[in-house]
Design a protein around this ligand. Sequence first.
Ligand SMILES: Nc1ncnc2c1ncn2[C@@H]1O[C@H](COP(=O)(O)OP(=O)(O)OP(=O)(O)O)[C@@H](O)[C@H]1O
Ligand SMILES: [Mg+2]
Length: 381
Amino acid sequence: MAEIRIDNLLKKFGEFVAVEDVNITVEDGEFVFLLGPSGCGKTTTLRMLAGLEMPTDGRISIGSRNVTFLRPRYRNVGMVFQDYGLYRHMTVFGNIAYPLKVRGMPKADIEAKVTDVAKTMQITEVLQRKPDQLSGGQLQRVAIARMLVRDADVFLMDEPMSHLDAQLRGHMRAELRHLQKEIGVTTLFVTHDQLEAMTMADRIIVMKDGQMLQFATPREIFERPATEFVATFVGEPQMNVFDCRIRRSDSGYFASCDGFDVPLDTAWVDTSGGAALLDRTLRLGVRPEHISVSETQDAKHPIKAKLFAFEPTGAENLYVMDCGGVQLTTRTSTNETAHFDKTEGTDYAIGFDPGWLYLFDSNTGKTLAFGSQSDTGNTEA
Ligand SMILES: Nc1ncnc2c1ncn2[C@@H]1O[C@H](COP(=O)(O)OP(=O)(O)OP(=O)(O)O)[C@@H](O)[C@H]1O
Ligand SMILES: [Mg+2]
């Protein structure tokens, strides 16, 4: 087991910069996720940790060892690839046993280890089959089992659940999280699925265009996103964001958006920059769960809205509203809204929770003001 330290990691393919400025320390035993859209450099980063790709610049240490240019076999790293990387001509047993055989482990010890890990991963009954005789879920377990037998210092997993159906993914999320905590091996897990990262991670690295936007706990990422991109990438349905200008009237500050005005908390605006925020084009963000819906306009629901689409999901209702030509999504639990008639075109009134508003810089995308009710724990960027 070991801590992973990455300093100023850079990877170029020709002139193309695939990964840039990655600086992180993953603690011993920590479960850390690399989250970002397709092509943002997740696999490349993981391959540099495994030694399958050489960095253009920077330094990688595992424990006290500088492994930056060390060959893969000397790193003591276990990896599950995006496509599992199993040998098709070998049985499941042969696949799991392979890394142990290569290291010259005695046959009896290999038998015992493979039997043991197969039990943990619930694949005992398929040990004599070949990979093409397995389901996606079984394949994934075999790939993970092969990683687990290695007694590695670090586990690296590249989208190991991307081929599974929704139900199996849900099941595997809990199982993998449990297993990682039980074994306690420092693990880096790559995904573009925000739900996977939010539910399983100790901490998440959000990446975009080869750069690291934020490295923090799921809660910090959700409540105190460093940029508008992070804010909209996590959370489903995603945060509503509008162009706006902050203005001042006799009754206090308000955000003037295209189609409607949003009253703001005076203390919040003052502590977030006050007059410096006035009359600039900014972006105002609010998550669907922080918009309340009412049948009548009142102080808490000052914004007129017309129901554009109603989307019941079972446990909650999503209302896509039209506010003066701008669409936004609100979310409420079903029992709160059971009395609504839900006819498209019906007039409602909505209100934004002033404690859960965000302001983003429209040029840099950086967060200028967090929701005043968000977790104020330390945010590492
Ligand atoms: N060997 C290579 N030569 C040239 N460009 C490469 C090479 N490998 C990766 N790239 C480019 O580097 C960028 C990052 O690729 P990478 O595979 O790390 O993305 P990713 O975040 O893992 O994406 P996905 O979610 O689709 O797997 C991409 O633009 C990709 O085309
Ligand atoms: Mg990838």
